[in-house]
Design a protein around this ligand. Structure first.
Ligand SMILES: Cc1ncc(COP(=O)(O)O)c(C=O)c1O
Length: 424
């Protein structure tokens, strides 16, 4: 049985929070062009959209995904053999581990990591091997960036063995928001090629990248296409996480095994949702790189939200680590140790205690960072919590409300420049 901190924190947030910046999903609507496509599919003349479709992906969706990825990767992508549609990225991950990992195989996971990787590797009979990103605080006293969390090349190399089957890469990374640089990806790629290791590349936040940074796809590096499966999510891409449409793009030699798992467990996801996502991608293909593109607009809006939260947290004495991507932000909370009561006879880590104290006393929910680490390493990373900033709002002239911030609905308003205002 795997202990799941999420269950506890989701419940605490539901009970106490006025503002929930814990779980990761947007509270703003999906774009009109997408919901309109869904409505058209639902009520339009094509009643066959209410029936089963092709198991490995509704043909219009795999076709447009192949076209899109041809553009992104600069290579041929065959819609029928190089693309598979799944029930969210979550099921794509499950298929990958079930199909590619055998009893006794080792799978390298970079910490901190999206929590389902570990149990999924174990369910396939594999052994997770963890390697942490190590923080290197900047010396000039500036705020840290997610780019300051780096792999130690020698440590990473030492984790590859004869038993290593795969490495899981998640860039942009949840929870840190780190966007791996070309150099870092090159190092991982070199080790994969040298040791004949697969790369399971979770790229669900591929469009959420800030400050003009570029998301680089490891599959486009020398020798990597043949050994990489790329995982994506329409939920993250189009701000519609409830639709649960995801995909895998990769070489047929790997995808053929994923298709076996998929066909014999899930078969396919809702036809109408696939049809609407296909139309969303057709629009984006046409507008690619243009200012009207959702993939250009969404990160712009989120970058603004990121900056509001960074300033607010900084203003109240937390040390936010500025994320280069995703809608997550990790903040250092070591300044608040004296505010948070010790729990007698408990070995609960400080970040758990802090997160519980904050939601109960301040009505603000966030997730302790150590929840994103293995048992063996979590005690080294208990001074941080993760916020999801997709829900942050800002109103210039709002007056201060003495709890922590002015709160309305699911949003949070923060006045970042005023020291008396903010979360505490
Ligand atoms: C890194 C990462 N991978 C995969 C997923 C799951 O995506 P989906 O909602 O498409 O199943 C998430 C969702 O939070 C995520 O953060």
């Amino acid at each position: 049985i795997v202990h799941h901190p999420w269950v506890e924190f989701v419940k605490l947030a539901a009970t106490y929070s006025k503002v929930n910046l814990g779980q990761g999903f947007p509270d703003f609507p999906a774009p009109d062009f997408l919901t309109e496509a869904f409505t058209r599919a639902l009520g339009g003349g094509n009643h066959m959209l209410h029936q089963y479709t092709r198991a490995f992906g509704h043909p219009p969706l795999v076709k447009v995904l192949a076209q899109f990825f041809e553009k992104l990767l600069g290579r041929d992508v065959d819609p029928m053999t190089n693309v598979m549609v799944t029930v969210g990225a979550y099921q794509a991950l499950f298929c990958c581990f079930q199909a590619l990992v055998d009893e006794g195989d080792e799978v390298i996971i970079i910490e901190p990591f999206f929590d389902c990787y570990e149990p999924m590797v174990k369910m396939a009979g594999g052994t997770p091997v963890f390697v942490p990103l190590r923080p290197n605080p900047p010396k000039d006293g500036k705020l840290m960036s997610s780019a300051d969390w780096q792999l130690d090349p020698a440590e990473l190399a030492s984790k590859f063995s004869e038993r290593t089957k795969a490495i899981v890469l998640n860039s942009p990374n949840n929870p840190l928001g780190k966007v791996f640089s070309r150099g870092e990806l090159g190092l991982i790629a070199e080790l994969c090629v040298k040791h004949d290791v697969l790369c399971i590349s979770d790229e669900v936040y591929e469009w959420l990248v800030y400050d003009g940074k570029q998301h680089i796809r490891i599959a486009s590096l020398q020798g990597m296409w043949d050994r990489t499966v790329i995982i994506g999510s329409a939920g993250k891409t189009f701000s519609a996480t409830g639709w649960k449409v995801g995909w895998v793009v990769g070489p047929n030699r790997l995808l053929q095994h994923l298709r076996t798992v998929h066909q014999n467990s899930v078969y396919h996801c809702a036809t109408i949702a696939q049809e609407a996502v296909a139309q969303g991608f057709q629009r984006e293909l046409m507008l690619y790189g243009k200012p009207e593109s959702y993939f250009v607009q969404l990160p712009k809006e989120l970058q603004q939200k990121r900056d509001w939260l960074v300033q607010s947290l900084d203003g109240v004495g937390m040390k936010p680590i500025i994320p280069e991507g995703t809608y997550f932000l990790v903040a250092d909370i070591s300044q608040f140790k004296s505010d948070v009561p010790e729990v007698p006879n408990s070995d609960e880590p400080y970040d758990y205690r802090f997160a519980k104290w904050m939601v109960k006393n301040k009505g603000l929910a966030a997730i302790p960072l150590s929840a994103f680490y293995s048992e063996a390493h979590k005690n080294n990373y208990t001074n941080f919590i993760r916020f999801c900033f997709a829900k942050v709002r800002y109103m210039a002239n709002r007056t201060f409300v003495p709890t922590m911030a002015a709160v309305k609905g699911n949003g949070i308003w923060l006045r970042p420049t005023d020291q008396t205002c903010g979360i505490f």
